[in-house]
Design a protein around this ligand. Structure first.
Ligand code: ADP
Ligand code: ASP
Ligand code: MG
Length: 417
């Protein structure tokens, strides 16, 4: 008998029919002689719909109340799925994140898990029950309800799998594994049978929605076997592991994109020690993640800086910098949206010079201007105008020999999108 954590994302539980399909799949796993803990997301687009409602009522989206609101989405899912599995004659129990023992930092919107006390989950398993846990949520020391960031149910699943020493964590979604790029953009994206933690971590950080970055971090540290697979087919999925076999001649394994990018430029800043530390320290204090930073144009002792932040953080970032004007004077602050960050990732890049140059070449051949670049050993990212995103990704996919002969599997029989 093995212990599995099975996580089903929003589209897998998008309506009652899909919920029943998930219920059968879980019952089947139990019939095969396994113990099951099931982690679920909110149904379909519930989280986005709740955010839209909140925006109408208060455009500041107060962080504490947002967590209170958004966690209800997952709570609906656990209750309904539990009922659906019970109707198949199984014993189940549903738990919210806090009932399942998830403790987090006292941060709203993107809290990190600090501790998991899974005794209640383990007790229920011992009683022969299937345990259903709400993804994406926890509770702080102070008793405040928190969320783990968009897409965070993956992290709930992997962290719980590590805490209860599960034999594997299976992430069920609406594509049948991790592909070389988003199969919704490139129909001939290639399904990867395995991928290394490091490559997956880069892809997830760079915007690949199929796995939440912190879920990959947990898997890497705890060594919980992690598989991404479809909730609609029984195809083999993608195994995320320490050492994935490098395919012969493949330099780039995957292409990621992130539409959630804003560029902020601060012009005419005093070029003295401590300016960057002061500015970015203040942003960090406000929990604003800064991505690519470029310093340019030093003249008359003044410098210009540009950096990227998540689009949702743009106004807050501008407010923080403007709030510091008296201690760190600057001439002007501007911002730009409508941008995307496109990234290529591959462990094989280390030993292949010219990969970045080829990327720049492909992007420019699409008539697209590159605004910012950042590189590491296994990735190159370019921030570009978002208007030709699909064309650029398709051209890169072909240029790096990633096109497959067969079309990718996307969605279920009644795919909503
Ligand atoms: P879930 O609701 O199951 O959590 P998500 O929408 O978060 O699902 O993630 C699955 C989606 O990720 C797919 O529908 C696909 O469009 C997108 N995606 C982006 N890049 C990739 C990739 N490289 N491989 C697979 N899916 C990807
Ligand atoms: N429901 C949350 C979201 O839409 C968490 C998740 O689905 O993982 O981001
Ligand atoms: Mg997801």
């Amino acid at each position: 008998m093995s212990l599995f954590v099975m996580k089903f994302g929003g589209s897998s539980v998008g309506d009652t029919e899909r919920m029943q399909r998930v219920a059968k799949r879980v019952a089947q796993k139990q019939d095969e002689g396994h113990q099951c803990v099931v982690v679920v997301s909110a149904m379909g687009d519930t989280t986005d719909e709740l955010i839209d409602q909140a925006k109408i009522l208060n455009d500041k989206l107060p962080a504490r109340e947002m967590d209170m609101l958004l966690t209800t989405g997952e709570q609906i899912s656990i209750a309904l799925l539990s009922m659906a599995i019970q109707s198949l004659g199984r014993e189940t129990v549903s738990y919210t994140g806090w009932q399942a023992g998830f403790r987090t930092e006292p941060v709203h919107g993107k809290a990190r898990i600090t501790d998991i006390q899974p005794e209640r989950v383990l007790r229920s398993l011992k009683e022969g029950k299937i345990v259903i846990v709400a993804g994406f949520q926890g509770i702080s020391e102070e008793g405040e309800i928190t969320t783990l960031g968009r897409g965070g149910s993956d992290t709930t699943a992997v962290a719980l799998a590590a805490a209860i020493k599960a034999d594997a964590c299976e992430i069920y979604t609406d594509v049948d594994g991790v592909y070389s790029t988003d199969p919704r953009i490139v129909k001939v994206a290639r399904k990867l049978s395995e991928i290394s933690y490091d490559e997956m971590l880069e892809l997830a950080h760079l915007g690949t929605a199929v796995l939440h970055p912190r879920a990959v971090e947990y898997a890497k540290h705890s060594k919980v076997p992690l598989v991404v697979r479809s909730s609609f087919t029984y195809n083999e999925g993608t195994v995320v592991k320490e050492e994935a076999a490098l395919e012969q001649g493949v330099v780039v394994s995957g292409i990621a994109y992130d539409k959630n990018v804003a560029r902020i430029s601060i012009l005419g800043v005093e070029d003295i020690p401590g300016v960057l530390a002061g500015m970015f320290g203040a942003l960090a204090k406000e929990q604003i993640d800064v991505d690519i930073i470029v310093q340019s144009g030093i003249s008359d002792g003044k410098a210009d800086f540009s950096f990227t932040v998540n689009l949702d953080d743009r106004q807050r970032a501008i407010d923080v910098i403007q709030g510091m004007e008296s201690i760190l004077p600057f001439r002007e602050i501007t911002s730009e949206d409508g941008l995307v960050k496109i990234s290529i990732v591959g462990a094989g890049m280390v030993s292949h010079p010219g990969v970045a140059a080829q990327m720049f070449d492909v992007i420019s051949s699409q008539g697209v201007n590159i605004k910012m670049v950042s590189t590491s050993e296994i990735k190159v990212s370019c921030v570009v105008e978002g208007t030709k995103l699909n064309e650029v990704i398709r051209a890169l996919h072909t240029a790096y020999n990633l096109d497959a002969e067969v079309q990718a599997f996307v969605g279920g029989p009644q795919d909503r999108r």
